[in-house]
Ligand binder design. Structure first.
Ligand SMILES: [Zn+2]
Length: 177
């Protein structure tokens, strides 16, 4: 079975051709799709899609680039939605030092909060890391993310770090675009 673990069918770029995209994926053997929400509108859309399509599952969280916009209330909202049986992960969360919309300390605090949230609801986490590998690994270790594991999305660090992430932190890595 092929599972696409990271699709953004919740983005408005798919408003016109969502059905056609899903159809093509199914024709090519993709039997499950995990739609990843990362802010208020995309999380809302993810929840609609998982109710609408039997083979679509949801991953919901808050993106590090927009960390500055995430309130306690938003996190509580995500935690309450995570009780849905078809929500199977928390994310995407992590660190992104490429863009400077959100300061590093705010990104790091939100990352730690989402790891804690994922532990409370007992779901794995999906990590977005860009130009922040060392801080990302340090936080995962400090917060004992190995208890829940997950996927390090679009992995771009060294084979040695991949070995650590897979064997010590209990994560998968994805080699995305
Ligand atoms: Zn993504």
């Amino acid at each position: 079975m092929l599972i696409d673990t990271h699709v953004h069918l919740n983005a408005d770029q798919y408003d016109e051709d969502l059905e056609a995209v899903i159809e093509r994926a199914k024709e090519n053997g993709v039997d499950r799709m995990f739609v990843v929400g990362f802010d208020t509108p995309t999380v809302e859309r993810t929840m609609e899609l998982i109710d609408q399509y039997e083979f679509i599952y949801g991953i919901i969280g808050w993106h590090p680039v927009d960390a500055i916009d995430c309130t306690e209330e938003r996190l509580e909202w995500i935690e309450s939605l995570a009780a849905h049986p078809k929500v199977i992960g928390i994310g995407e969360t992590g660190l992104d030092y490429h863009w400077d919309k959100s300061p590093k300390d705010i990104q790091q605090a939100l990352f730690r909060k989402q790891i804690a949230l994922a532990k409370r609801v007992n779901l794995p986490i999906i990590i977005h890391n860009r130009e922040a590998t060392q801080d990302c690994i340090d936080i995962l270790k400090e917060e004992h993310a190995e208890d829940i594991g997950g996927i390090m999305h679009s992995f771009s660090a060294s084979p040695e770090i991949a070995d650590d992430v897979i064997n010590k932190l209990n994560f998968y890595v994805s080699l995305g675009g």
